[in-house]
Design a protein around this ligand. Structure first.
Ligand code: ZN
Length: 284
């Protein structure tokens, strides 16, 4: 059986899914920009400009993540691991959301007598003026706000931070996707369910012994994530590929007092192995 390279049919289908994922990203970007502009026009507040201590652009991070969230939902929905191209796209689209907000503010801005700003200055001039004259309202907890006055050159720093915030929000969405378990053969997202409950390490060893299975390198992998903090619980997760039906078993360990488990690299498995583990897990 020849296995070298994907058939053009499979590749075409993968491209089609990438296109669907991109469409999802474009839809959530439009929705995010639309919502932010609606709030801005109604209440005069740009939520994406909210930040902590000037340098942590919380609003921009969230807005960038919201813009790129369509990638996340469609990738999960189609069980498709996004390609690197999608990673680049999600950063670009988040940056594009930032740009669109600026543009829409420019286009919609009027002088007091109702004449449009855009009839007098071009976009870049407007950008320069608003950036250099940007004034931030800094508010201490419980206190009333203090205006910084025109930021001057610092305004550009602020714009760069905002842009980076949007891009980082987009990148975070890709990070979540890259972290989810995928089939080693076809790189599609696997369906997951727990194969065993979370057991204390000694009980886990007993269960593995009773099932008569071995996970080569597991001890090393576990101590690498434990980092001296100890393992409170360990369990196994079953990952099933929706494309090829392939099975994988991934150990999940709870390090120290952490509430959520760390997923270790998966082992390929077959129905026999899964059956023995399930039988042993029932009686443990
Ligand atoms: Zn597969």
């Amino acid at each position: 059986m020849a296995t070298a390279g994907k058939s053009s049919k499979t590749r075409g289908r993968a491209n089609g899914r990438d296109l669907t994922i991109s469409a999802g990203g474009a839809a959530t970007t439009a929705a995010t920009v639309g919502l932010l502009m609606w709030i801005y026009n109604s209440y005069g507040i740009d939520l994406s400009s909210f930040s902590f201590w000037f340098v942590i652009p919380v609003g921009a991070l969230l807005a960038g993540a919201a813009a790129a969230s369509g990638y996340y939902f469609v990738a999960k929905w189609t069980h498709t691991m996004p390609t690197r191209r999608i990673m680049v796209n999600s950063i670009i689209i988040a940056g594009g959301a930032w740009m669109s907000l600026l543009w829409l503010k420019y286009v919609g801005m009027t002088f007091e007598d109702g004449t449009r700003v855009r009839d007098f200055v071009d976009f870049w001039t407007w950008f320069k003026i608003t950036t250099e004259n940007m004034s931030l309202n800094i508010r201490a907890r419980g206190g009333s706000g203090v205006e910084t006055g025109a930021l001057g050159a610092l305004g550009y720093v602020r714009q760069v931070i905002q842009f980076a915030g949007f891009a980082a929000g987009g990148l975070a969405v890709y990070g979540f996707l890259a972290d989810a378990p995928i089939c080693a053969n076809c790189r599609r997202y696997a369906k997951t369910r727990s194969l065993t409950k979370a057991l204390e390490p000694a009980a886990f060893d007993d269960m593995i012994g009773a099932a008569d299975v071995s996970f080569p390198g597991l001890v090393d992998a576990v101590s690498a994530v434990a980092k001296g903090k100890g393992i409170s619980l360990i369990g196994l997760e079953l990952q099933t590929c929706p494309e090829c039906g392939g099975l994988q078993v991934a150990p999940q360990v709870w390090v120290g007092r952490e509430d959520s488990p760390t997923r270790l690299p998966a082992y390929s498995a077959d129905q026999d192995l899964v059956g023995s583990i399930e039988a042993a897990a029932k009686s443990s």
